[in-house]
Design a protein around this ligand. Structure first.
Ligand code: ACO
Length: 453
């Protein structure tokens, strides 16, 4: 007998045995562990769910970020991204993500004070950065720097201590911009610039990037505002690749600096943090608005991809792309004219007028315009992902804290479907036979070109 219609359960019939199981449905999900009871023989392990890349598996309960991809909605702790970008600063949003509520005036003052007064990194960390090659990728430097922070704050290992967690959150949000700017200055062969406590979070970052000989570097307020909005837009995006990495590594009980370093590593990958750079390359290749029809024809022939369009979750206009657009005019008023903007706007207009793209629900995503703004701020492309990591640190730490407080947290340990050999007879070295080579480096290794000194 099946369960009554309307009950919150899923009836599953195992056709191997004819047995039917009732799996409770909660929040639109079934527990994968409930599949374990499904077996042919009593001594079998039981059924597993197979879900490479976790495309249909909820790995946690979270109350931080809500996304409705079909409707193009993004909310943090219930507040829409539109309201947050219009009315909050990035540090206010970071507080909201971590503590669950918008701060009161005194709470915000204390939070901003604490972040502002933890922006310096230990001089030894500066020396550590000096050991990198002059052309080291800044994201590799940031990754190492965040990992190294754990050695400067060994007390952060006490992950059950609320005060230690708070200090780790403050230090990470405060110091990641310093490390990010140091990595850029190292690449440029410029002296590192120490933080300036009189500046806002975004202003201070721009000062650490671009200060030369002036007594105080004060960036154009329109640029600092645009950067602050970009920081808000990138602060969290629920269980994406890097956030899952932070949670997965954090589930081992490691300190939060090491867990966040795992997030930086995941973000380093081109499939995660690198699309805005690809958009710039595409716009440069298009060269002029006159070439857009040809380019779109090539996209439809599948010879090209319209970079910055489409999203795994958003099947509507990415709300973040719309907000960025609103700040573009101000940015370009304050900076030199960039002809790529015209190409981007025309490209967007034509694609949105075209049934090929609308029928596939392909709309601009956050990366369609973010690269152009970074370029206008004179930030080189190899820094784009580093800039992404600055605000995302707030999301990573919020998710890490939520993980610590979740009673269902266990060390993350997926299962596998084993496809290899079993129970082979061991063969002594002298008796082994087979092709000359299995695996290992190619017989003739191509010479790696040497770069620089
Ligand atoms: N240009 C042209 N066609 C596209 C694009 C695109 N950018 N994106 C998807 N399509 C087409 C696909 O070919 C497919 O067409 P078909 O049904 O005729 O075969 C259809 O649209 C559906 O696409 P999927 O591949 O199923 O979409 P999916 O959700 O798997 O991919 C992704 C999403 C990877 C983001 C994809 O849209 C893409 O590659 N976009 C360009 C890269 C980009 O901008 N990435 C940044 C994402 S934002 C972020 O990560 C912060």
């Amino acid at each position: 007998m099946g369960a009554a219609m309307g009950s919150d359960s899923l009836s599953v019939t195992d056709n191997r045995t004819g047995k039917t199981y009732e799996l409770p449905i909660e929040d639109g999900t079934v527990r994968a562990m409930d599949l374990r009871q499904i077996k042919v023989d009593e001594d079998e392990f039981g059924m597993l769910a197979y879900d490479p890349a976790f495309t249909n598996t909820a790995s946690c309960r979270s109350s931080i970020t809500y996304i409705d991809g079909a409707a193009g909605v993004l909310e943090h702790r219930g507040y829409s991204i539109e309201q947050l970008c219009e009315r909050s600063s990035f540090l206010e949003v970071a507080y909201l993500l971590i503590f669950g509520e918008l701060p009161t005036g005194p709470q915000l003052d204390r939070w901003v004070f604490d972040i502002t007064h933890h922006t310096f990194v230990h001089e030894d960390l500066k020396h550590f950065f000096e050991g990198f090659r002059y052309d080291a990728h800044p994201m590799g430097m940031l990754l190492a720097g965040v990992g190294a922070l754990s050695t400067f704050y060994p007390d952060a290992k006490q992950i059950d201590d609320e005060e230690e967690r708070y200090m780790a959150a403050v230090r990470l949000i405060a110091k990641v911009p310093t490390l990010a700017a140091f990595s850029y200055r190292h690449n440029m062969g410029l002296p590192y610039v120490y933080p300036d406590n009189d500046l806002s979070f975004a202003e201070n970052f721009l000062a650490m990037m671009f200060k030369k000989t002036e007594m105080q570097y004060r960036p154009d307020s329109r640029l600092a505002k645009a950067l602050d909005v970009l920081f808000i837009l990138h602060a969290d995006h629920e269980q994406n690749c890097s956030t899952s990495a932070v949670r997965g590594v954090g589930s081992s009980g490691v300190d939060p600096y090491s867990a966040v370093a795992a997030g930086v590593a995941a973000l380093y990958g081109p499939l995660h943090g690198g699309a805005n750079e690809a958009v710039l390359r595409m716009l440069r290749r298009i060269e002029s608005p006159d070439n857009i029809p040809d380019f779109l024809a090539r996209v439809k022939d599948r010879e090209e991809k319209l970079m910055g369009f489409g999203h795994r979750v958003y099947k509507n206009y990415d709300p973040r792309a719309r907000i960025i657009q609103q700040h573009m005019d101000e940015v370009f008023e304050a900076t030199e004219y960039n002809p790529l903007v015209e190409i981007a706007r025309e490209l967007e207009k034509r694609a949105l007028d075209d049934e090929y793209f609308t029928s596939r629900k392909l709309y601009p995503n956050v990366d369609f315009y973010s690269g152009i703004i970074y370029e206008a701020l004179e930030i080189p492309t190899n820094m784009f992902t580093v800039i992404f990591a600055i605000p995302r640190t707030a999301g990573w730490i919020a998710q890490w804290m939520e993980l610590q407080e979740d009673p269902e947290t266990k060390i993350a340990r997926p299962r596998q479907i084993y496809t290899g050999e079993r129970e082979r007879e061991y063969v002594a070295l002298a008796d082994r036979d087979g092709p000359e080579k299995i695996g290992g480096p190619p017989a003739k290794r191509p010479k790696r070109p040497r770069r620089g000194a």
